[in-house]
Design a protein around this ligand. Structure first.
Ligand code: SOE
Length: 374
């Protein structure tokens, strides 16, 4: 059994989500890697104190610098808004801390490139919170694609729609300020779709896209008689070519009435098709063109033993996993890689590739040209 001492920065929704995963991971995966909750930081002292007491962190603070420099801490976990991700990660690397950072990795591709060089030069283990990749079904899909049974990938048609902001009276928040979030639906939602295309198919070489603001201003949360400008994309859509010759499109709308968690894809292949949507995250639709002509059609595959880490949860097919379980799987892999000091596949370099596509889409939307991902 190896103990990994955790310093968490950010005691909001994602800080609570990560803390719940730390509490669950040993019940599911056993005691090989045991997280020890040392310190939690949040600018709001009430939040920091409440989370420390609820989850059993030994200490709390309002200064994240105390976390990255704490001699006891081995893994710094960053769940703050986007603008502070890389500054905190780079400082943590200076102290030789491993880093687990929420998505998107950074504000710009250049910031991600710089941070990736720093963490790789420091020889630390990193992890980025693209938790939807950790649904065991995605490992099954990845293996099915790699098997060649369905031929070659021709087209990846991805999406991530929500209607969280569909109500124009929905108050303004940090995700709508460029200074705090950079892009809007692109970095917040489509980054998850890009994590799936990156994990399942590979690098994207060039893009052509557009962005649109649908609701240009929203009520100030501090004074609803005042309106604040929405500074980034409500809708983003882009087409692209993968480096391996396949092509694709991704669209995302954070005001898509009726769509709550519509993260998904249709992977069109030369001898079949795979369709997935997170709103039905325990199943995937598979079409095999090799089926007898009288029996061709999409088959529903329910999540089952043999799909990634599902066996650690249940022994029977169709007993559903949820969002929190994905986070628990992500935390397990992160702890394992830290304890064994080995690279984790969804690391800063993976997060950097997503950011490089995001910047290329923003450049394309500006120039209305195809842009090479760099
Ligand atoms: C946006 O509403 C959001 O909270 C994203 O920021 C998360 O990354 C996603 O998992 C759920 O939706």
């Amino acid at each position: 059994m190896k103990k990994i001492k955790i310093g968490l920065i950010g005691a909001g929704f994602m800080g609570r989500t990560h803390s719940t995963a730390y509490k669950s991971v040993n019940n599911i995966f056993g005691d090989d890697y045991v997280p020890e909750l040392v310190v939690v930081a949040d600018v709001n002292s009430d939040n920091a104190k409440a989370l420390a007491e609820k989850y059993g962190f030994k200490r709390w603070t309002t200064d994240w610098h105390e976390v990255v420099s704490d001699p006891e801490v081995e893994l710094v976990d960053i769940t703050t808004p986007n603008a502070s991700h890389c500054p905190i990660a780079v400082e943590a690397a200076k102290y030789g801390k491993n880093v687990y950072c929420e998505k998107p990795l950074s504000m710009t591709a250049q910031e991600a490139v710089n941070a990736t060089k720093v963490v790789e030069d420091a020889g630390i283990v990193t992890s980025v919170g693209f938790n939807y990749v950790r649904n065991p079904i995605q490992q099954y899909v990845k293996e099915l694609i790699a098997s060649g049974e369905l031929g070659e990938v021709v087209n990846f048609r991805g999406m991530y729609d929500q209607d969280y902001y569909n109500d124009p009276d929905q108050k303004h928040e940090w995700r709508m300020f460029k200074s705090a979030s950079a892009s809007g639906a692109l970095g917040d939602l489509a980054s998850h779709t890009l994590s799936l295309s990156q994990y399942l198919i590979g690098d994207i070489a060039e893009v052509c896209g557009m962005t649109k603001i649908i609701v240009p201003e929203r009520p100030d949360p501090k004074d609803s008689s005042r309106m604040l400008p929405v500074e980034n994309d409500d809708v983003v859509q882009f087409m692209f070519n993968f480096a391996n010759g396949a092509c694709g499109t991704i669209f995302s709308n954070r005001l898509a009435a009726g769509r709550k968690m519509s993260l998904g894809y249709e992977i069109q292949m030369t001898n079949g098709c795979i369709v997935y949507n997170q709103e039905n995250q325990n199943q995937v639709q598979i079409y095999r063109h090799d089926d007898p002509k009288t029996e061709r059609g999409f088959k529903t595959v329910l999540i089952a033993p043999g799909h990634g880490e599902y066996d650690k949860f249940y022994g029977g097919a169709g007993i559903c996993l949820g969002y929190a379980d994905q986070k628990t799987i992500e935390v397990y892999h992160t702890l394992q890689c830290v304890a064994e000091h080995k690279p984790y596949e969804i690391d800063f370099r993976f997060g950097m590739k997503v950011m490089q596509v995001i910047d290329a889409v923003l450049e394309s939307a500006e120039t209305r040209q195809w842009v090479t991902v760099k």
